[in-house]
Design a protein around this ligand. Sequence first.
Ligand SMILES: [Mn+2]
Length: 326
Amino acid sequence: MRKNLLKKIIDKINKSKNFMITAHMNLEGDALGSELAMYLLLKKLKKKAVIYNNDPTPGIYHFLPFSRVIKNEIKQEKFDAAMVLDCSDSSRTGKVKDDLGKAASIINIDHHISNTYFGDINWVEPGAGSAAQMIYLLCEKFKVMDKNIALCLYTGIFTDTGNFTYASTDWETHRIASQLMKYNLHPHAIYCNIHSLCIPSDLCFIGKIISSLKFDSRKRICWATINEWKDKNYDLTEVIFSTMRLLKGVEVFILFKKIDKNRTRVNFRSCSRVDVNRIAKFFGGGGHKRASGTTVNDSLEITARKVISFTKRYTDNLSQKIRPRI
Ligand SMILES: [Mn+2]
């Protein structure tokens, strides 16, 4: 399966000259690392390529090589192929979706279980910990690896596996990371660029959230409702989740963030068998088994009540299913 898809994509790359590369909105390490690695791969093959995103690149990722080539506007009218990376649905590319039609074909390379197979070629591997891990396999086939590509891919893998801690981290993740490390990368510097960014008031803010955590009666679900969420150019969501993950025995973690009176952002994480992609999907969102999200058009209180009661029923059903027979 993978072999055939890789072959199809390699053929397509060889036959095409002009590429548009894009990824999902709300750019993060995997989307950007995958895009830049793909760009550098195509450049090495003497192809024309442009990276075109809905959002500007967050400042914390400016350390990625060639990040300055990324565009938020394009004038070009035609492409042989659009490479859509780390993106579960074409609408997740934001305004770029309107320009995907300029490409003769769409190549969809992704690892979201919720992927809608919107491309002409769809290489979707929900088992892969990151899209960057998949792009690595292409770079390996084309034998183009160098230090810049390695840094982009390592950053994508590192961020999307939660620093190699999520359940999707497997032998292949580590095989690839070890190959990339041959290019003299500095994981500590990458970590600091992405994570060591808080100012003291951020820690006070996080402290407040952590001290107001709520639990269901069985202590399987843990959540926080946040009235004032400020989007920073770095992601406090992951910092909060990584603290919540320190709890023993909790299976699902949820953050409810008030966007405005009738809009609430919901982020889910799970550390064991609960598939939070399914829960997010029920509320109009999606993502991965262990990490997902959605935006609900309802107040913070109502959204939290509905989502928690659904999540309780969902996790209770699961535990009944696996209860051993006596
Ligand atoms: Mn990803």
